[in-house]
Ligand binder design. Structure first.
Ligand code: CA
Ligand code: CA
Ligand code: CA
Length: 305
Protein backbone atom coordinates (compact mmCIF):
# COMPACT_ATOMS: atom_id res chain seq x y z
CA UNK A 1 0.00 0.00 0.00
CA UNK A 2 1.47 3.22 -1.07
CA UNK A 3 1.19 5.99 1.36
CA UNK A 4 3.80 8.14 -0.11
CA UNK A 5 2.71 11.60 0.71
CA UNK A 6 2.49 14.32 -1.75
CA UNK A 7 5.91 15.67 -1.22
CA UNK A 8 5.16 18.80 0.58
CA UNK A 9 5.34 20.66 -2.50
CA UNK A 10 4.40 24.10 -1.73
CA UNK A 11 4.72 26.12 -4.76
CA UNK A 12 4.69 29.74 -4.41
CA UNK A 13 3.43 31.79 -7.14
CA UNK A 14 6.38 33.73 -8.06
CA UNK A 15 6.88 35.91 -10.86
CA UNK A 16 8.94 35.01 -13.68
CA UNK A 17 8.85 38.50 -14.86
CA UNK A 18 11.99 40.44 -14.45
CA UNK A 19 9.89 43.47 -15.19
CA UNK A 20 7.45 42.63 -12.46
CA UNK A 21 6.39 46.16 -11.74
CA UNK A 22 5.42 46.79 -15.32
CA UNK A 23 3.95 43.40 -15.92
CA UNK A 24 1.80 43.54 -12.84
CA UNK A 25 0.00 46.54 -14.26
CA UNK A 26 -0.96 44.57 -17.33
CA UNK A 27 -3.97 42.41 -16.56
CA UNK A 28 -4.92 41.39 -20.03
CA UNK A 29 -1.91 40.35 -22.04
CA UNK A 30 -0.65 36.80 -22.04
CA UNK A 31 2.61 38.15 -20.71
CA UNK A 32 0.96 39.61 -17.60
CA UNK A 33 1.76 38.73 -14.00
CA UNK A 34 2.41 35.05 -13.68
CA UNK A 35 4.31 32.51 -11.71
CA UNK A 36 6.15 29.79 -13.55
CA UNK A 37 6.26 26.76 -11.28
CA UNK A 38 9.35 25.54 -13.13
CA UNK A 39 12.80 26.82 -12.19
CA UNK A 40 15.74 25.50 -14.11
CA UNK A 41 18.03 26.25 -11.15
CA UNK A 42 15.67 24.54 -8.68
CA UNK A 43 15.20 27.85 -6.80
CA UNK A 44 11.98 28.76 -5.04
CA UNK A 45 9.36 29.91 -7.50
CA UNK A 46 8.06 33.37 -6.64
CA UNK A 47 6.47 36.44 -8.15
CA UNK A 48 6.95 39.96 -6.86
CA UNK A 49 3.81 41.95 -7.56
CA UNK A 50 2.76 45.51 -7.08
CA UNK A 51 2.61 47.71 -4.03
CA UNK A 52 -0.75 47.32 -2.27
CA UNK A 53 -2.28 50.34 -0.58
CA UNK A 54 -2.58 50.08 3.16
CA UNK A 55 -6.11 49.17 4.23
CA UNK A 56 -7.29 48.65 0.66
CA UNK A 57 -8.92 45.32 -0.17
CA UNK A 58 -7.73 43.48 -3.28
CA UNK A 59 -9.17 40.58 -5.22
CA UNK A 60 -6.57 38.14 -6.49
CA UNK A 61 -7.35 35.69 -9.27
CA UNK A 62 -5.13 32.66 -9.84
CA UNK A 63 -5.62 30.68 -13.03
CA UNK A 64 -3.77 27.67 -14.37
CA UNK A 65 -2.62 24.11 -13.82
CA UNK A 66 0.76 22.62 -13.09
CA UNK A 67 2.62 19.47 -12.14
CA UNK A 68 4.82 18.90 -9.14
CA UNK A 69 6.67 16.14 -11.00
CA UNK A 70 8.53 15.56 -14.23
CA UNK A 71 6.34 14.68 -17.20
CA UNK A 72 8.17 11.33 -17.31
CA UNK A 73 7.11 10.59 -13.72
CA UNK A 74 3.50 10.37 -14.89
CA UNK A 75 4.40 7.71 -17.40
CA UNK A 76 6.77 5.65 -15.29
CA UNK A 77 4.17 4.01 -13.09
CA UNK A 78 0.94 5.38 -14.47
CA UNK A 79 -1.64 7.62 -12.90
CA UNK A 80 -3.26 7.00 -9.54
CA UNK A 81 -6.25 4.69 -10.07
CA UNK A 82 -9.44 6.56 -10.78
CA UNK A 83 -7.79 9.95 -11.15
CA UNK A 84 -8.03 12.11 -14.23
CA UNK A 85 -5.10 14.35 -14.95
CA UNK A 86 -5.28 16.82 -17.82
CA UNK A 87 -2.88 16.15 -20.67
CA UNK A 88 -1.13 19.51 -20.67
CA UNK A 89 -0.98 22.56 -18.40
CA UNK A 90 -3.24 25.45 -19.36
CA UNK A 91 -0.12 27.57 -19.72
CA UNK A 92 3.03 25.58 -20.43
CA UNK A 93 6.44 26.40 -19.02
CA UNK A 94 9.07 27.33 -21.58
CA UNK A 95 12.41 25.57 -21.39
CA UNK A 96 11.23 22.22 -20.07
CA UNK A 97 9.08 19.27 -21.07
CA UNK A 98 5.41 19.74 -20.29
CA UNK A 99 3.01 16.85 -19.80
CA UNK A 100 0.15 15.71 -17.60
CA UNK A 101 -1.04 17.94 -14.76
CA UNK A 102 -3.10 17.16 -11.68
CA UNK A 103 -3.00 20.40 -9.72
CA UNK A 104 -4.41 23.89 -9.88
CA UNK A 105 -4.09 26.73 -7.39
CA UNK A 106 -6.58 25.18 -4.96
CA UNK A 107 -6.88 21.45 -5.62
CA UNK A 108 -4.71 18.39 -6.12
CA UNK A 109 -6.92 16.22 -8.32
CA UNK A 110 -4.53 13.73 -9.89
CA UNK A 111 -1.00 12.45 -9.49
CA UNK A 112 1.40 9.83 -10.76
CA UNK A 113 1.19 6.55 -8.92
CA UNK A 114 3.95 6.16 -6.31
CA UNK A 115 4.56 9.90 -6.31
CA UNK A 116 1.36 11.11 -4.72
CA UNK A 117 -1.03 9.83 -2.10
CA UNK A 118 -3.74 9.22 -4.67
CA UNK A 119 -6.38 11.30 -3.00
CA UNK A 120 -8.00 14.42 -4.34
CA UNK A 121 -7.34 16.99 -1.68
CA UNK A 122 -7.38 20.69 -1.12
CA UNK A 123 -3.89 21.92 -1.73
CA UNK A 124 -2.75 25.50 -1.27
CA UNK A 125 0.86 25.66 -2.28
CA UNK A 126 0.67 29.32 -3.12
CA UNK A 127 1.30 31.60 -0.21
CA UNK A 128 1.72 35.34 -0.18
CA UNK A 129 3.62 37.97 1.64
CA UNK A 130 1.76 41.24 2.14
CA UNK A 131 4.68 42.94 3.85
CA UNK A 132 7.28 42.82 1.13
CA UNK A 133 8.63 39.40 2.05
CA UNK A 134 8.98 39.76 5.83
CA UNK A 135 6.29 37.18 6.53
CA UNK A 136 4.07 34.79 4.61
CA UNK A 137 0.45 33.81 4.95
CA UNK A 138 -1.65 31.08 3.43
CA UNK A 139 -4.55 32.24 1.31
CA UNK A 140 -7.72 30.30 0.62
CA UNK A 141 -10.06 31.06 -2.24
CA UNK A 142 -13.58 32.16 -1.37
CA UNK A 143 -14.81 30.05 -4.29
CA UNK A 144 -12.93 26.89 -3.34
CA UNK A 145 -15.95 24.70 -4.03
CA UNK A 146 -16.00 20.96 -3.40
CA UNK A 147 -13.53 20.07 -6.14
CA UNK A 148 -11.48 21.63 -8.90
CA UNK A 149 -13.51 23.80 -11.23
CA UNK A 150 -13.11 23.35 -15.00
CA UNK A 151 -11.66 26.83 -15.48
CA UNK A 152 -9.02 26.25 -12.78
CA UNK A 153 -9.59 29.82 -11.69
CA UNK A 154 -9.94 30.88 -8.05
CA UNK A 155 -10.45 34.17 -6.29
CA UNK A 156 -8.96 35.43 -3.05
CA UNK A 157 -9.28 38.60 -1.05
CA UNK A 158 -6.36 40.18 0.75
CA UNK A 159 -5.91 43.46 2.59
CA UNK A 160 -3.04 45.66 1.52
CA UNK A 161 -0.44 46.72 4.06
CA UNK A 162 1.28 49.48 2.12
CA UNK A 163 3.90 46.98 0.96
CA UNK A 164 4.63 44.92 -2.10
CA UNK A 165 2.73 41.66 -2.51
CA UNK A 166 4.89 38.62 -3.25
CA UNK A 167 3.65 35.16 -4.20
CA UNK A 168 5.59 32.03 -3.41
CA UNK A 169 5.12 28.42 -4.39
CA UNK A 170 6.22 26.17 -1.60
CA UNK A 171 7.73 23.06 -3.12
CA UNK A 172 10.75 21.01 -2.15
CA UNK A 173 11.84 20.83 -5.77
CA UNK A 174 10.98 23.26 -8.55
CA UNK A 175 13.24 21.74 -11.20
CA UNK A 176 10.71 19.00 -12.00
CA UNK A 177 7.66 21.28 -12.18
CA UNK A 178 5.88 22.70 -15.19
CA UNK A 179 2.86 24.92 -15.70
CA UNK A 180 2.31 28.64 -15.20
CA UNK A 181 -0.18 30.28 -12.87
CA UNK A 182 -1.56 33.56 -14.16
CA UNK A 183 -2.13 36.22 -11.54
CA UNK A 184 -4.55 39.13 -11.57
CA UNK A 185 -4.59 41.68 -8.77
CA UNK A 186 -7.38 44.21 -8.68
CA UNK A 187 -8.67 46.63 -6.11
CA UNK A 188 -11.95 45.44 -4.62
CA UNK A 189 -14.87 47.78 -4.98
CA UNK A 190 -15.01 50.33 -2.20
CA UNK A 191 -17.63 49.49 0.39
CA UNK A 192 -20.50 51.91 0.72
CA UNK A 193 -19.42 54.45 3.30
CA UNK A 194 -21.25 54.16 6.59
CA UNK A 195 -23.42 57.20 7.18
CA UNK A 196 -22.21 59.38 10.00
CA UNK A 197 -24.58 59.35 12.96
CA UNK A 198 -24.91 62.06 15.50
CA UNK A 199 -27.02 62.61 18.57
CA UNK A 200 -28.45 66.01 19.48
CA UNK A 201 -31.30 67.28 21.61
CA UNK A 202 -34.46 67.97 19.64
CA UNK A 203 -34.77 71.73 19.37
CA UNK A 204 -31.07 72.35 20.03
CA UNK A 205 -30.87 74.04 16.65
CA UNK A 206 -27.22 75.04 16.97
CA UNK A 207 -26.11 71.68 18.35
CA UNK A 208 -24.31 73.16 21.35
CA UNK A 209 -25.85 70.72 23.81
CA UNK A 210 -28.45 72.96 25.42
CA UNK A 211 -31.75 74.54 24.42
CA UNK A 212 -31.27 78.27 24.80
CA UNK A 213 -32.02 81.65 23.30
CA UNK A 214 -29.73 81.07 20.35
CA UNK A 215 -31.89 78.12 19.30
CA UNK A 216 -35.01 80.29 19.39
CA UNK A 217 -33.17 82.96 17.42
CA UNK A 218 -31.97 80.38 14.91
CA UNK A 219 -35.55 79.18 14.51
CA UNK A 220 -36.77 82.73 13.83
CA UNK A 221 -33.92 83.52 11.44
CA UNK A 222 -34.82 80.41 9.47
CA UNK A 223 -38.28 81.74 8.61
CA UNK A 224 -37.44 85.33 7.73
CA UNK A 225 -37.01 86.15 4.07
CA UNK A 226 -34.33 85.66 3.08
CA UNK A 227 -33.42 83.13 5.77
CA UNK A 228 -30.28 84.06 7.60
CA UNK A 229 -28.41 81.47 9.59
CA UNK A 230 -24.69 80.91 9.34
CA UNK A 231 -23.67 77.32 8.81
CA UNK A 232 -22.35 75.57 11.90
CA UNK A 233 -19.86 72.78 11.33
CA UNK A 234 -21.12 69.46 12.65
CA UNK A 235 -24.71 70.67 12.83
CA UNK A 236 -27.40 70.23 10.18
CA UNK A 237 -28.51 73.44 8.49
CA UNK A 238 -31.96 74.65 9.43
CA UNK A 239 -34.43 73.00 7.10
CA UNK A 240 -32.07 70.14 6.21
CA UNK A 241 -33.58 66.67 6.10
CA UNK A 242 -32.04 64.20 8.54
CA UNK A 243 -32.77 60.52 8.81
CA UNK A 244 -34.06 59.75 12.26
CA UNK A 245 -32.51 56.56 13.63
CA UNK A 246 -33.45 56.23 17.24
CA UNK A 247 -33.81 57.99 20.55
CA UNK A 248 -30.99 58.31 23.04
CA UNK A 249 -28.38 56.62 20.83
CA UNK A 250 -29.94 53.22 21.44
CA UNK A 251 -32.85 51.00 20.51
CA UNK A 252 -34.72 51.00 17.26
CA UNK A 253 -36.63 53.66 15.42
CA UNK A 254 -40.21 53.92 16.71
CA UNK A 255 -43.04 52.97 14.42
CA UNK A 256 -44.14 55.86 12.25
CA UNK A 257 -40.80 57.60 12.42
CA UNK A 258 -39.10 58.78 9.30
CA UNK A 259 -37.00 61.62 8.00
CA UNK A 260 -37.06 64.76 10.11
CA UNK A 261 -36.40 68.35 9.18
CA UNK A 262 -33.81 70.04 11.32
CA UNK A 263 -35.43 72.97 13.13
CA UNK A 264 -38.96 71.70 12.44
CA UNK A 265 -39.47 71.10 16.16
CA UNK A 266 -43.15 70.26 15.78
CA UNK A 267 -42.64 68.02 12.76
CA UNK A 268 -45.17 69.80 10.58
CA UNK A 269 -42.98 69.30 7.53
CA UNK A 270 -41.84 72.93 7.33
CA UNK A 271 -40.26 75.61 9.48
CA UNK A 272 -42.74 77.97 11.07
CA UNK A 273 -43.11 80.19 14.16
CA UNK A 274 -44.45 77.27 16.22
CA UNK A 275 -40.98 75.72 16.13
CA UNK A 276 -38.95 78.43 17.92
CA UNK A 277 -41.97 78.97 20.18
CA UNK A 278 -41.76 75.33 21.27
CA UNK A 279 -38.11 75.86 22.23
CA UNK A 280 -39.02 79.02 24.12
CA UNK A 281 -41.77 77.22 26.06
CA UNK A 282 -39.34 74.42 26.92
CA UNK A 283 -36.79 76.96 28.22
CA UNK A 284 -39.36 78.62 30.43
CA UNK A 285 -40.76 75.33 31.77
CA UNK A 286 -44.08 75.51 29.97
CA UNK A 287 -45.56 72.29 28.64
CA UNK A 288 -45.31 71.74 24.91
CA UNK A 289 -48.39 72.41 22.81
CA UNK A 290 -50.03 69.30 21.39
CA UNK A 291 -49.25 68.30 17.82
CA UNK A 292 -50.02 65.30 15.66
CA UNK A 293 -47.98 62.43 14.32
CA UNK A 294 -44.61 61.08 15.24
CA UNK A 295 -42.35 63.77 16.64
CA UNK A 296 -39.59 63.69 19.23
CA UNK A 297 -40.36 65.56 22.42
CA UNK A 298 -38.63 68.92 22.68
CA UNK A 299 -35.31 68.54 24.48
CA UNK A 300 -35.12 64.78 23.95
CA UNK A 301 -31.92 63.31 22.54
CA UNK A 302 -32.35 62.02 19.01
CA UNK A 303 -29.87 60.08 16.95
CA UNK A 304 -29.92 60.71 13.21
CA UNK A 305 -27.70 60.46 10.18
CA1 CA B 1 8.29 19.66 -7.62
CA1 CA C 1 -28.48 75.24 21.63
CA1 CA D 1 -42.79 73.30 12.03
Amino acid sequence: VNTIRVVAVFLVISAVCAVGALASQDRTSAGGPQLDTYRNDNSEASFAGQMLENGQSYTITLTGTYSYWFASDWNAQGVCPGEHPENMPMFGSPGTTNGKVGDDAAWHFAGPNNFSDCDAVVDHPFVVSLDGGASRIEIEPYDLGTGPNPSHRYHYVVMGQGQQIIFYMEDSKSLDNYGIIHIAIEQSASPTPTPVRQTEKWGDNDCDGALAGNDVLRGIRAIVIPPHNPHIDGCPDMGATVQFVTFDAGGVAPEGSGPLIWGDVHCTGFLDPADPLAVLRYMTGLPDLPHDGFCPEVGRAVTFE
